[in-house]
Design a protein around this ligand. Sequence first.
Ligand code: ZN
Length: 398
Amino acid sequence: MRDASAVITKKLYEEDAYRTEFDAVLVSVRRKEDSVLDVVLDQTCFFPEEGGQCPDRGELGGLSVLDVQIEGNEIHHYLEAPKDALPEAGAGIHGKIDWPFRFSNMQQHSGEHLFSGTVHRRYGFENVGFHLSPSEVTLDFDGVIPEQDIPELEREVNAAIWSNIPSVVRMTQREDREGLTYRSKIDLEGEVRIVTFPGIDSCACCAPHVARTGEIGICKVVSMIRWKGGVRVSILCGKRALEHFQKLHGIVVQTANDLSTSMENIFPQVVKLKNERQQLLARLKDASLKELQYAAKEIASDEEHALLFSSGAELPAVRKVVNALCAEHPGYCGVFVGNDEEGYSFVIGSRQLDCAGLGRQLQETLGSKGGGRPEMIQGSVARKREEIEGAIFSLTRP
Ligand SMILES: [Zn+2]
């Protein structure tokens, strides 16, 4: 086995972003965990996790590539491998990247260049953070992009996409970069790879890009939030933008069908339903209070305790009814609001008995929550009406 510390893995993805298969020589093979091999090759098409972008997926020698990391000049491939499978260093191996996954990353990443370049040209803001994972693409800028400018920015970026501009990649030495304008997150020494979309953007970058901007398809901003004095913008390009639109379209169509209205009418319809709901809730509360007051009058005046159950009365009304019951009955007077499925909120009062003591007992027997003073307690209990009545009456029985 050769010393892996001297290895320089040749980055085939830098030369040709569209190459999906390759043959390589195993330079070092180590078992990292029981079922994971750490493999370094003389050359690879696998882009490692770098510059905020997630690593490529695929297969090496028929084994799944779980992760790809770069350490110095070595690219480590972490393979899912059973215990007995240990290929030998020096042997040849065939690799194949997951092309749909890679191409989607190329779309997202190249879209990021166009977006960041356009923002830089319009506002002078720098992209100070980039994150491309299988689930999101975020761009951090050191200034605040006005919300109302987003549609115009999207039009400009997509016009650049549809102009089908070719990307130009070149390796530069320090002297080549003198007088060259390009975006970079750090001051760079030595050899630097510069990726240019002429007229739109020039940026120091290590990742694979599309050959022509038309391949990005579309770029859409899906959110923008304030982030460390600037903004964090989430974008989606190409395939991911289509999948996002399909998902949103599905929700909109389903909602419109369910409301028996057109897509354009969803919003006014929802506002109308919200208002109706508020009015109905107010009427329901009113009716519940009346029902509660009526039920309170129905309890025989010589009953010691008085318990009432309601489906939707409001707390101030409940207190009012409990106080009225306390004036009539010497024992525990309680109102429980809710239902058997979701449980009940309650207020229990008494002019003569210790409600706080009853509260503690209900906590033990029914697992209720809440508290209060000896004269009145308030809480909630996730039990059925039958169980609540049973518990209170058994506690109050001499
Ligand atoms: Zn790039």
